[in-house]
Design a protein around this ligand. Structure first.
Ligand SMILES: [Zn+2]
Length: 196
């Protein structure tokens, strides 16, 4: 069994009657990085608040309801993205394969794909992926990321604007929910409680 050292800092919770704590565990083996965990010790606050931690922002207390709403919005934008991409894959694939077949050589096709920024693969990698996975698969993988004008031009099929509007609306709602959550958040560590 390895032993690890744990340090705990306690801070005043949102209601002011209890604490929430910031634990740091230092494993005693080489190259191990410390791990952090957070806990709401106050029974009252733990009913309405959760600790949000991640890279790029300090550990923060957010209302459970805000977080749940934000996560629901993330799911909605994911679903809208999936719906659009599935539509594109279903309705634009044959036109895209036909377009690719109009090039005399794979090299010409690759040059055209590169110049239109449809692929970042260099020619040897394009050949390699084409022989490993099949050229149709490699070419079809570019479709979901293409904008509607290019889809219309190069596949002969323009997906309905309603699908893009639904995605834009879902992304906006996600951003708004994220902002609301962070506006209601409390960044950890403002009022530290002295160790007894
Ligand atoms: Zn509390």
């Amino acid at each position: 069994m390895s032993t690890s050292e744990r340090t705990t800092d306690r801070y005043v919770c949102p209601c002011g009657k209890g604490t929430w704590s910031h634990h740091c565990d230092y494993p005693d083996h080489a190259y191990a990085r410390p791990s952090y965990s957070f806990a709401l010790d106050c029974p009252e606050c733990s009913r309405t608040w959760v600790v949000l931690s991640g890279t790029g922002f300090p550990p923060t207390l957010v209302r459970e309801a805000d977080r749940a709403e934000y996560q629901a919005m993330i799911e909605r934008s994911r679903a809208a993205t999936k719906t659009l991409q599935e539509y594109v894959t279903m309705h634009c694939a044959s036109g895209w394969i036909e377009k690719a077949a109009t090039f005399k050589t794979r090299k010409e096709l690759h040059t055209w794909l590169r110049s239109n920024k449809f692929t970042t693969l260099n020619l040897p990698d394009f050949y390699k992926q084409g022989s490993d996975r099949g050229y149709d698969k490699v070419i079809l993988a570019m479709l979901p990321w293409m904008d509607r004008d290019k889809l219309a031009t190069h596949t002969g099929h323009r997906p309905p604007d309603a699908l893009y509007d639904a995605l834009d609306a879902a992304k906006e709602a996600e951003t708004a929910a994220g902002k609301a959550m962070h506006a209601n958040a409390i960044t950890c560590g403002t009022v530290k409680v002295a160790e007894a």
